[in-house]
Write a protein that binds this ligand. Structure first.
Ligand code: IMP
Ligand code: MG
Length: 175
C-alpha cells in the first residue's frame, strides 16, 4: 500500500525560513565563535542548508548520532552515542541542530552531556518543534515551524528510512 503524503511546508517556504534562522543565528553569535552540531541522520539536509546561511568567524561543524534503547515509553528508554562529537566543546558556544524535537528526550541527553563537558552555552535549533508529545520542559531557541502533532517526513526526516531526500515537509497520513 502506498503511503499518503500531505504537504505541510512547501520547498519555497522552507528555504525562506532556513535563511531567516541563519540570519538570526548569525546575529545572536556575533563576535562569538560557534560550534554547530548536526544530529544525524534526520538533520543532515537542514544542517547543510542552515550552515550556508550562518556567518560566524571561527565556525566549527561537527556531527553526532544517537540511538535509544529499551522498549515501552520514552521515559523508560536510554539514549547513547552511536557516534560522538570530535570537536572539544570546553568553553565554547554550541548550537545543536535537530530535525524535529518531539518528546525532548534526545535533546535533553545531549544538553546534559555537553554541559558536563563544559560548553559555555548550548542552544537548540530544530526545523520542526512538535508540541503534542513533549515530556521534557525545554525551549527550542531557534524553531523553524511549530506544529501541534502528526508524523512528519521529508527534508531529512524519515519513515523506516524513506522520504529523507524530499525537499519539503510532509505529514504521513494513515490510510
Ligand atoms: P525526541 O522524542 O524529541 O527525543 O525525538 C527524537 C527523534 O525522533 C527526532 O530527532 C526524530 O529523528 C524522531 N522523530 C520524532 N518525531 C518524528 C516525526 O514526526 N517524523 C520523523 N521523525 C520523528
Ligand atoms: Mg533526529
Amino acid at each position: 500500500m502506498a503511503d499518503i503524503l500531505k504537504t505541510v511546508i512547501d520547498s519555497e517556504t522552507l528555504h525562506a525560513r532556513v535563511a531567516e534562522l541563519g540570519a538570526e543565528i548569525t546575529k545572536r553569535y556575533e563576535g562569538k565563535p560557534l560550534v554547530v552540531v548536526c544530529v544525524l541522520k534526520g538533520a543532515f539536509l537542514f544542517f547543510a542548508d542552515l550552515v550556508r546561511h550562518i556567518k560566524n568567524e571561527g565556525l566549527e561543524l561537527d556531527f553526532v548520532r544517537m540511538a535509544s534503547y529499551g522498549n515501552g515509553t520514552a521515559r523508560g528508554r536510554q539514549t547513547i552515542f552511536n557516534k560522538d562529537m570530535e570537536v572539544d566543546v570546553t568553553g565554547k558556544h554550541v548550537l545543536l541542530v535537530e530535525d524535529i524535537v518531539d518528546t525532548g528526550h534526545s535533546v535533553e541527553f545531549l544538553l546534559e552531556v555537553l554541559e558536563k563537558r563544559g560548553a559555555e552555552s548550548i542552544r537548540i535549533c530544530a526545523v520542526i518543534d512538535k508540541h503534542e508529545r513533549r515530556e521534557v520542559a525545554l525551549t527550542v531557541d531557534f524553531a523553524g515551524f511549530p506544529i501541534q502533532k502528526g508524523f512528519i517526513v521529508g527534508y531529512g526526516m524519515d519513515y523506516a528510512e524513506k522520504y529523507r531526500e524530499l525537499d519539503a515537509v510532509y505529514e504521513l497520513v494513515p490510510e
